[in-house]
Ligand binder design. Structure first.
Ligand code: C2E
Ligand code: MG
Ligand code: MG
Ligand code: MG
Length: 280
C-alpha cells in the first residue's frame, strides 16, 4: 500500500521500486547518449556450413560499450529501446554497419552473408523496405549477402503484415531466417507460406540433444521439415564437440555456437576468416 512519508513522498511497493525506476531512467538516458555518441558496436558470430566445414555467414550481435559499465549485451537494453521508440534508429545503425562490414569482407575476398536481427517494431515499420534499399545501395553489397533474422513470435505477431514484409524482402533478394524456431506458436500452415530460406532451431532443443531422445526427435522433425520445404536448417547454441557431431549426423545444414566461435569484434572475425579454418 502507498504510504505517505515525511517530505510528501510516496512509497509504492516498499523500498524496491525507486531504485528500479532510477535504473530505468538512467538506462534510457544512457541509450540515447549511446546512439548520439556512437557507443554501439557489433560483434560477429561465425555461421558454419556442416557440409563444407567453412564459415559462410556472420550473425551481427549488438553490444553497447557503456563508458560507465563496460560492454553490455542486447538482453539488457533491447526491450527498453523498443519501448522508447529508439529501436528504429538503433536498428538502422545496425543494418548500415553490418552491410558496410560485409562490403569490407567482400573486398578482402571473403564470401559470406551477414545476418541482422530485427525486432517487432522494425519488422512492422512500413519504411523498412525503402530503408533496406537505401542501405544496400550505399554499402554496394549484393542483396543476397544480407539476411534478416526474425523470431517466430515476431513473424507471428501480425502474420499478414509479416508475410507481406518478407515477400518484399525476398523480392529484392534479401534473405529471411526464422530465429529461435520452436519457441513460438507458428502453425505449420503459416511456416509453409513463409518465404524464409533458413530456419534456426532454438538452442533450448540443442542443449540436451545428445542425451535427450525427445530433443532429438524434435530436431529430427525440424530437419525433415526444412528439407521437405527447401529451407536450410541451422542449429543454434552448439557448445560442445558432441553436440556438433550429433547435429551434423542428424543432417542440419548450418551450425552456430560457442563451439565454432563466440561472438567477436569485426577484426578478430576477419583474422579468423584469414586462417581458412575448417570445422569438422
Ligand atoms: P539471437 O538472435 O538468438 O542470437 C543468439 C544469442 O545466443 C546471442 O546472444 C549469442 O551470443 C548467444 N549464443 C551464441 N552461441 C551460443 C552458445 O553456444 N551458447 C549460449 N549459451 N549462447 C550462445 P546475445 O548477443 O546476447 O543476443 C541475444 C538476443 O538479442 C539475440 O538472440 C537477438 O534476439 C537480440 N539481438 C542481438 N542483436 C540485436 C540487434 O542488433 N537488434 C535486435 N533487434 N536484436 C538483437
Ligand atoms: Mg539471431
Ligand atoms: Mg536465435
Ligand atoms: Mg534468441
Amino acid at each position: 500500500a502507498a504510504k505517505k512519508e515525511g517530505g510528501g513522498k510516496y512509497r509504492l511497493f516498499g523500498r524496491s521500486v525507486a531504485p528500479l525506476m532510477l535504473e530505468r531512467s538512467l538506462l534510457k538516458r544512457g541509450l540515447q547518449r549511446a546512439l548520439d555518441g556512437s557507443e554501439f558496436v557489433l560483434h560477429y558470430q561465425p555461421k558454419v556450413d556442416f557440409h563444407s566445414g567453412r564459415i559462410v555467414g556472420a550473425e551481427a550481435l549488438l553490444r553497447w560499450q557503456d563508458p560507465e559499465r563496460g560492454l553490455r549485451g542486447p538482453v539488457e537494453f533491447i526491450a527498453l529501446a523498443e519501448e522508447m521508440g529508439l529501436i528504429l534508429p538503433i536498428g538502422e545503425w545496425v543494418l548500415g554497419e553490418a552491410c558496410r562490414q560485409a562490403q569490407r569482407w567482400h573486398r578482402a575476398g571473403h564470401e559470406l552473408h551477414v545476418a541482422v536481427n530485427l525486432s517487432a517494431r522494425q519488422f512492422q515499420d512500413p519504411d523498412l523496405v525503402a530503408k533496406l534499399a537505401q542501405i544496400l545501395a550505399e554499402s554496394r553489397i549484393a542483396p543476397c549477402q544480407l539476411q534478416l533474422e526474425v523470431t517466430e513470435s515476431v513473424a507471428m505477431e501480425r502474420p499478414e503484415v509479416g508475410y507481406a514484409m518478407m515477400q518484399e524482402c525476398v523480392a529484392m533478394g534479401v534473405g529471411i531466417a526464422i530465429d529461435d524456431f520452436g519457441t513460438g506458436y507458428s502453425s505449420l500452415a503459416y511456416l509453409k507460406r513463409l518465404p524464409a530460406r533458413e530456419i534456426k532451431i532454438d538452442r533450448a532443443f540443442v542443449r540436451d540433444v545428445v542425451s535427450d531422445p525427445d530433443d532429438r526427435a524434435i530436431v529430427g522433425a525440424v530437419v525433415a521439415l526444412g528439407g521437405a520445404l527447401g529451407r536450410r536448417v541451422t542449429a543454434e547454441g552448439v557448445e560442445t564437440r558432441e553436440q556438433f557431431a550429433c547435429l551434423k549426423e542428424m543432417g542440419c545444414d548450418l551450425v552456430q555456437g560457442y563451439w565454432t566461435g563466440r561472438p567477436m569484434p569485426a577484426d578478430a572475425f576477419e583474422a579468423l576468416l584469414g586462417t581458412d579454418r575448417l570445422f569438422v
